[in-house]
Design a protein around this ligand. Sequence first.
Ligand SMILES: *Cc1c(COP(=O)(O)O)cnc(C)c1O
Length: 223
Amino acid sequence: MTSSVASRIASLSRRLPGGVTLVAVSKFHPVEAIAEAYAAGQRVFGESRAQELALKVPALPADIEWHFIGHLQSNKVKAVVPLVHTIQSVDSLKLLRAIDDEARKTGKVVNVLLQVHVAAEETKFGFSPEELAGIAAEAAAMTGARVTGVMGMASNTDDAGRIAADFAAIKSCFDALAAGAFAGRHHFATVSMGMSGDWPLAVDHGSNMVRIGSDIFGERQYF
Ligand SMILES: *Cc1c(COP(=O)(O)O)cnc(C)c1O
């Protein structure tokens, strides 16, 4: 019998165009749910809290590619860097520098995405498009933190026009960096945008990485 998690992953995989990576957002879901997704072939998972990540990583297979997607405080960088493949939520130069320092110190290269803030909510984290332009040269020169693209979220609204405009703005930040400070860097290639409620629109606007939680695992369990 296939689990509901397995069947939801299968149906998402059928709907996602080729070249779009599915990050299964497993935050607030137990290790057993992640193991079900793993058994269904899923290998890329997203977590948003350092402590939760540290508990889950040793309990699950070593070939999982873990992505950190939550707001990360600089004092948690040391704990998170050895556990992850990618930190998607780099929202300040201070954090980026801390990740780069820690990675170089430990002889690891960590992929990072620069988080772009275009949404209506002030509470969301990330660089404005202008700030991004200002830090791009320094970011591109780093050797411990390897910048592989951008991540962003659309406004939390029912207005599909606003959501589409937000995704287009995130994609144009990516395009500007790809033609500017990151020109010729083949590893600068990821546009992470789209969640359970809005991923088809994100893909229409150039996303090649979607981060999907509730559509795979159901309601989050706040354990
Ligand atoms: C929780 C979260 C997601 C997944 O959200 P769903 O609506 O459950 O798909 C995606 N991206 C980020 C940054 C998140 O924090």
